[in-house]
Design a protein around this ligand. Sequence first.
Ligand code: PXL
Length: 283
Amino acid sequence: MKTPRVLAIHDISGVGRCSLTVALPVLSAAGIECAVLPTAVLSTHTGEFEGYTFHDLTEDILPIAEHWKSLGLQFDAIYTGYLGSFEQVELIKDVIDLLASDDTLIVVDPVMADEGELYPGFTRDYPAQMRSLCALADVLVPNVTEASLLLGRDYDPYPDVDTVKSLLEGLCADIGAKSAVLTGVSLTSGSLGAAARDSELEATTYAGAPQAEGMYHGSGDLLASALVAGLVRGCTLEESTKRAVDFTAASIQRTYAAGTEPRFGLLFEAGLAQFSAQFNALY
Ligand code: PXL
């Protein structure tokens, strides 16, 4: 099998297990080449760390993409995450225009908020800007806070099945994504997972795993990276969502058992071999 190539566009936070320090190992473990376009370099992510450094790479984004274009590089998927500014959202739309072919899967994780709050550094008008990038998504992967902000709806931390369905339908019909995976939802008691809407099949499915204690930074990035891995390796949206939820839930359980500080992220490393084995079987 030819090794698929994914372009991951996120920041690189040196410590804290999020964005590129998660996308790279997870995609590699699934047998995918992960090309990276870093949007910024930070010493740590912006949650629960004081005094982090932030080096913006906005000016490098288009020259990097233009160089790749001149090399004739093809990407099986373009996967975007944390972007530091309005300007970067606009630039990433240009990068997609430049580098995506009809066969490139566009996955957008509109990283900007969690638990009802925007992350530090994002202004209240950012979600409206992010909508325009989300419209290009084949698969949009927000958490419940991000979905509510994108749709201009009140945040409900515990959406029921009808609310989840309505959020997913809004992400597809109003925002324009072809499919959507809503993360951090609990539709059966004691479970936590993600609901997926495939608008071509007009089907909504739910994947849950036993709910583990704790909220960890980078959980959304881990789930989205594992989802991209499954999709690019040819699994359906439903199957990819299930694998991503299982991998993330096992990582949460392992981290809770280890008692490490949530800001240092999920101990996903010990689960990579098992995650990888599911894809080896596909070769
Ligand atoms: O995990 C999302 C994320 C990614 N990158 C940076 C962040 C966050 C969340 O806080 O701060 C820099």
